[in-house]
Ligand binder design. Structure first.
Ligand code: NAP
Length: 282
């Protein structure tokens, strides 16, 4: 029976530590500030943005939400980003995705100054992560690395399998693991014999957005499993990509959904904002 890795508790603990660090920064005259730009009326995005704002407030990060109307043009959004790039009081800029269809996401993400790119989605941030240099790693994979650290899970030399190759989870996850000396395999929807690959893994990270991507017959005893997925089951209950009930019987460590990776994602966004403020004032 696995140890359940509690992302909610860890997130709480890290936020307490952040509070003290930010209080000290404020004494030194550094006030970290995050601006989140939300375009349109996507209800899920509104909830995410509100949570980010609330979490900033809890630890002492100043935060502002710029809420633009659904019909905002790309030029108007770019103007907002350029103003924030220029504003010396702003350390981190986050444009909440998805954007309305008249706006090209790629162009907007590329307009954010890499020094303020706390989401880590700018190609410069991606490049810096890939060569192991100082930049911003996306929050979800960073949160997973923090969970490993908390639970004493050493990734160096381990056979790690990442299922999913998105730019926000799978690819940066693989880059971070590689940076920490893991042997990494990335799988996706075209991968053949997935179960054969996962059965050899010491650590499996699942980020497909599909329920039961990983089942008990696909893992070896003692495996470490991280479930990034956020799905709804037939009863409307939140669940991940892993068959948690069965896999936890074979795993040594596993993250639950909810209460695993999710809470750590916002925490790492806060961490990136602190980092941005520290670098900005250095
Ligand atoms: P995404 O962009 O849809 O990517 C999904 C990836 O999974 C793709 O690379 C896809 O392969 C692969 N895939 C799909 N079905 C597969 C299968 N049957 N076998 C193997 N690979 C398969 O999703 P995402 O943005 O990375 O998010 C993944 C999940 O994590 C979602 O449920 C999302 O809601 C959740 N999420 C949670 C957090 C959090 O904070 N907890 C943060 C971000 C995302 P192809 O590339 O070949 O299509």
């Amino acid at each position: 029976m696995a140890t359940i890795m509690d992302g909610k508790a860890l997130s709480q603990k890290l936020k307490e530590q952040m509070k003290e660090r930010i209080a000290q920064m404020r004494v030194e005259g550094i006030i970290p500030k995050l601006v989140v730009v939300l375009v349109g009326n996507d209800s899920a995005s509104e909830v995410y943005v509100r949570n980010k704002h609330k979490s900033c407030g809890e630890v002492g990060i100043e935060s502002e939400i710029i809420h633009l109307p659904e019909e905002t043009t790309q030029e108007e959004l770019l103007d907002t980003v350029y103003q924030l790039n220029e504003d010396p009081t702003v350390d981190g800029i986050l444009v909440q995705l998805p954007l309305p269809k008249q706006i090209n996401e790629k162009i907007v993400l590329r307009a954010i100054l890499p020094e303020k790119d706390v989401d880590g989605f700018h190609p410069v941030s991606v490049g810096l992560l890939s060569i192991g240099d100082e930049g911003f790693a996306p929050a979800t994979p960073s949160g997973i690395m923090a969970i490993f650290k908390e639970y004493g899970i050493e990734v160096a030399g381990k056979n790690c399998v990442v299922i999913g190759r998105s730019n926000i989870v799978g690819k940066p996850m693989a880059a971070l693991l590689l940076q920490h000396d893991a042997t990494v395999t990335i799988c996706h929807s075209k991968t053949q014999n997935l179960a054969e690959i996962t059965r050899r893994a010491d650590i499996v990270i699942v980020a497909t957005g599909r329920r039961n991507t990983l089942t008990a017959d696909m893992v070896k005893d003692g495996v470490v499993v991280v479930d990034v997925g956020m799905n709804r089951n037939e009863l409307g209950k939140l669940c991940g990509d892993v068959d948690f009930a069965q896999v936890k019987e074979k795993a040594s460590f596993i993250t639950p959904v909810p209460g695993g990776v999710g809470p750590m994602t916002i925490t790492e966004l806060l961490e990136n904002t602190i980092l941005a403020a520290q670098r900005h004032h250095r």
